[in-house]
Design a protein around this ligand. Structure first.
Ligand code: GLN
Length: 201
């Protein structure tokens, strides 16, 4: 069983650990460099991306993490984690750091102009049947590079407004990200997909 870390500086850590264990991995919280060096892959949970970016600097994990991701370590970011993995974040703070595993531009709190949080069933590439997705002050992907695989978009429902068709899940090589929180629904399929990516890597 691969060892998968969950960045444990802030945010929804326990839920990811539980889901990873259900999905067939061993899981540990990662706060220190020696823990980061041990894991075969890393989950970056939801929370507040600006705070997490600061804590990464304080705990001296920012550069080591950038290096591991650039070196091919599988990573999965949900919500704030997606923001951290993006090459660029709009509506961020000027001092917010990016880890840069994904050639995407995200917009923070993008749905906030309409509603703060909502649930929606999504079609997710490679998964059979609709995936329940919980969005909490979520970002969306405004732009994705040619090497980025789009896995899910917001469906065109009457209430979707300008959110319709926005990209909310992507993969680039061994880096996976969702704007929503698959750890909150009891549906393990996204975590299984990530554990599979870690196994193959
Ligand atoms: N709005 C948060 C941010 O910008 C993300 C919210 C979340 O992770 N649920 O970092």
């Amino acid at each position: 069983r691969p060892l998968v870390g969950v960045l444990a500086l802030q945010g929804a850590v326990r839920e990811h650990v539980a889901m990873l264990e259900h999905a067939g991995a061993r899981a540990i919280g990662v706060r220190r460099l020696d823990e980061l060096s041990e894991v075969d892959g890393l989950v970056l949970p939801g929370g507040e991306s600006t705070t997490m970016s600061k804590l990464l600097e304080t705990f001296e994990l920012l550069e080591p993490l950038r290096e591991r991701i650039a070196g091919g370590m599988p990573a999965f970011g949900s919500c704030a984690g997606m923001i951290l993995l993006a090459k660029q974040a709009l509506d961020g703070r000027p001092d917010q750091q990016q880890l840069g595993g994904l050639d995407i531009v995200v917009r923070r709190n993008a749905f906030g102009r309409q509603v703060d949080s909502f649930e929606e069933d999504l079609e997710f590439a490679g998964l059979d049947g609709p995936l329940p997705a919980v969005f909490i002050r979520a970002p969306w992907v405004e732009k994705a590079g040619d090497d980025v695989e789009v896995l899910a978009r917001v469906p065109r429902t009457p209430s979707a407004g300008e959110a319709a068709d926005r990209i909310v899940a992507v993969r680039q090589g061994t880096v996976l990200a969702t704007a929503f929180h698959p750890e909150l629904t009891g549906d393990e399929r996204v975590h299984r997909l990530f554990v599979e990516i870690v196994r193959e890597a």
